[in-house]
Ligand binder design. Sequence first.
Ligand SMILES: Nc1ncnc2c1ncn2[C@@H]1O[C@H](COP(=O)(O)OP(=O)(O)OP(=O)(O)O)[C@@H](O)[C@H]1O
Length: 253
Amino acid sequence: MSLLDVKNVKKIYTTRFGGSQVQALSDVTFSIESGEFVAIMGESGSGKTTLLNILASLDKPTGGKVYLKGRDLGSIRDREMAAFRRQNLGFVFQDFNLLDTFSLEDNIYLPLVLAGKKYEEMNRKLEPIAQKLGITELLKKFPYEVSGGQKQRAAVARALITKPQLILADEPTGALDSRASDDLMELFTQINQDGQTILMVTHSVKAASNANRVLFIKDGEVFHQIYRGNLTNEEMYQKIAASLTVLTTGGDR
Ligand SMILES: Nc1ncnc2c1ncn2[C@@H]1O[C@H](COP(=O)(O)OP(=O)(O)OP(=O)(O)O)[C@@H](O)[C@H]1O
């Protein structure tokens, strides 16, 4: 059994008065095994955010199913959903989504506070993560007192602290300069090597070249996939760039 199974997922948005319809996803099928680091790429409007929202169970597909460890997300009741999401998924966003009035430490604790954990347990969990992410000295600071890269590290710590099955990252390097992006991707590689499964949507070829597999979405379907095999990041970069050219110029797979 795969960690994540996406089967024939389709999403049609209907405008409020039912006038027009947009088919964002027509038939998306793929699986992710535990321990993978997968990037999803595709042109603007190809349905990447729609897919991520469905995987995060923030939105429901019009057709098809998503299974996390064999559990059909569509069968989870609304009132269980927040807890299910908190227990199984970690999120990293482009704009960090940290609360400005909370210290980094309190931001990182938030999912555990919501789960009703005691301070000692939270503190025990935070220490090794903060150390690994190099933010131990920054924990008492507020988001406005640290750099974008440091904010994103705190957001990664918040995603990791619940030991989620899967981290969903939406353009995590989108608001970072190239140095901070490289550092973040090095960190993703490291946490993936420690066993964390990651699914990342990105426009950046450089960021995607860190993944072990890249899925390309076009016309609402998975159009193409690249597996790293033994490729270096540089070779992976070349291969992704070539695939994107095919994707945008409309060539055959
Ligand atoms: N709430 C909505 N209502 C109607 N149409 C929508 C809605 N959200 C997205 N769409 C449409 O669905 C399609 C896919 O959008 P989506 O945001 O998933 O693409 P994307 O690949 O994430 O794009 P980008 O890379 O620009 O973020 C687009 O045509 C978009 O206009």
